[in-house]
Design a protein around this ligand. Structure first.
Ligand code: FES
Length: 177
């Protein structure tokens, strides 16, 4: 008899405990804490994402220079008179390039594989443009931008430095757009 009463009592007590526990959790607090936790996580994730993409943003801003600025000799300046061009390879032996000494005396260099279907691009002295004869693609000699024909993208620009009468390649800039 006593056991029965005791058992009943424990059951009753346990039910009361659950009710008390449930009553202790305020719906308002629960929502507040959940919202705060969510906001903390969202802000943390946003900051982490922003920081992880920072190097790409800086690279895009600086213009995608891919090589370090080690100087690679192309030719003697005397060997490239005004209004002429020579071919070379840069940055590797598999990358054909063109150095042009314009009629105005500027030095311009680009990788010479056409951005349409990779035919070699030539310097056309009379009109001072770069021509791809495969499909009559034309590029602006001043900046390598496509100006006529099928090519849609610029030629990769090769930075030039001249020291003691020697012309050097000093880096390559791949442009998009
Ligand atoms: S490959 Fe140069 S225009 Fe087509």
């Amino acid at each position: 008899m006593t056991d029965k009463i005791k058992c009943k009592r424990e059951k009753h007590q346990s039910k009361d405990d659950m009710i008390n526990l449930k009553d202790n959790v305020s719906r308002y607090d629960d929502l507040k804490f959940n919202r705060r936790a969510f906001l903390k996580t969202a802000v943390g994730a946003t900051v982490a994402l922003g920081l992880s993409t920072l190097p790409f943003s800086v690279k895009a801003f600086l213009g995608d220079f891919e090589e370090d600025r080690e100087l690679v000799e192309i030719a003697k300046l005397d060997d490239v008179p005004k209004g002429s061009s020579i071919t070379f390879n840069y940055p590797t032996e598999k990358d054909p390039a063109l150095l042009v000494h314009t009629k105005a005396g500027e030095l311009k260099a680009y990788n010479s594989a056409c951005t349409h279907l990779m035919c070699p691009v030539f310097y056309e002295k009379e009109s001072e443009v770069l021509l791809c004869p495969c499909h009559q693609g034309y590029f602006d000699l001043n900046n390598g931008h496509p100006i006529a024909g099928p090519p849609q993208r610029e030629l990769p620009l090769i930075e030039i430095e001249v020291q003691n009468g020697i012309v050097y390649a000093a880096g390559r800039k791949i442009r998009h757009g």
